[in-house]
Design a protein around this ligand. Sequence first.
Ligand SMILES: [Zn+2]
Length: 476
Amino acid sequence: MRVLDQPLAFVDIETSGSHFRSGRVIEIGIVRFEAGRKTEFQTLINPGHPLPPFITGLTGITDQDLESAPTFEQVAEDISEFLQGAIFVAHNARFDFTFLCHEFKRLDVVFRPRTLCTVRLSRMLYPTHRGHSLDRLIARFNFEPDGRHRALADAQVVWEFMQRATKEFGQGFVDEAAAKLLQKQSLPAGVSAQLVDALPHAPGVYIFEDGEGQPLYVGKSVDIRSRVMSHFTADAQAVKELRLAQTVKHISYVETAGELGALLLENAMIKRLQPLHNHRQRRLDCLVVVTGRPNQSGYMELEMSRVKPHEVLQAKKLYAIFRSEKRAKQALADLSKQQKLCHKLLGLENGQGACFGYQLSYCRGACIQKERPEIYRLRLEAAFAGQGVDEWPYQGATLITEQDSRRQVWEAFVVDRWRVMMHLRRDEYGNTSSASEAAGFDLDTYKLIKRFLMNPKNRHMIKPIKPQEVEALMVI
Ligand SMILES: [Zn+2]
């Protein structure tokens, strides 16, 4: 059955905020078009909280208006019934759909209509037009809506737009466009199907960019295309995913031979580009190291200090390494509690005599020589196992090779003392490249490489190499 012959529900909502977690639906307007007959539904909805002045300014809806309005729960059934069996048509449908989806979810009702976005339809039908917002459409087609930013008036505009387009292009043409969009319904308005279709099913890194080419998010996957799509599916409705999806205008990518290459590249790109939506793996100018030194009585005393990344590997008796002082203190306090270590010797407490924890029997008394120094030290070392930087398990540099024989892509990394010293690559066309990397210590790189080296499945990809072999690699 053709799309436009099916029941269509043109929907618009007003909300008390721009994010579905904090904002609620305060008005819904629906124009239902079925078998040539047009019916309308409209209601205000009491969100249960006062409106921000900005929303009242935009819509003209006041707290007084909403006080006597029904709650969403009270109108949910009417809305469901009115939308029953229809394709959900809206301007930037993802926004309206997501808010409604969450309103229904609060009532434990699954709301999953097929959605058709008229921003995307307008783009497809009028590719040369600049701007496809509702305001632009109104101006372009001389629509005369009954007010703006009220749900039913806006839903009417969307309906009128569809009438207008059908008249202009013929129903068959618009129908075909709509059918295409329904297939790609999960893509956000700013992202074209061609853009996603161009992505490879291959490992690598992808970069979401906004309209100005600014990086929004860097991610990695063993399958770039599937991972990118998963950001846009209806299920991925975490606040950050929604905000991200609404601003993405362009997606670029870099293929890698395997997963380690993707992980290392992702880490390097996040640090270089500092995208707005990546909160982990930020570049750090300083790291916090915890080092140890025996005191006069022979007990190992710990000290916390901030060091530059390149100084980490010089630290003697490194017990632990952290991203910040706050995290370091928290981790030390947790360890002392679990392992009954002494707050004074951990550097968390000053003063004479027994530590505070000793009275509460959190400490076994190393601070007042009640516990033997060797025993305390053994317990300390066991408690901190794996918290510092492991000894590099090889004599010198090691070559890690990843290969994708299907695509004939090959990549290699020269790694020395947890740092990537060189990156070599041969692509499917036989082009080779090599790059010496800035080889400062990086905590994230350390963790990635350590995990990789420790996995027995990767053993065949790891080969220690001599310095002269490294030099030979540089000229390929
Ligand atoms: Zn103590």
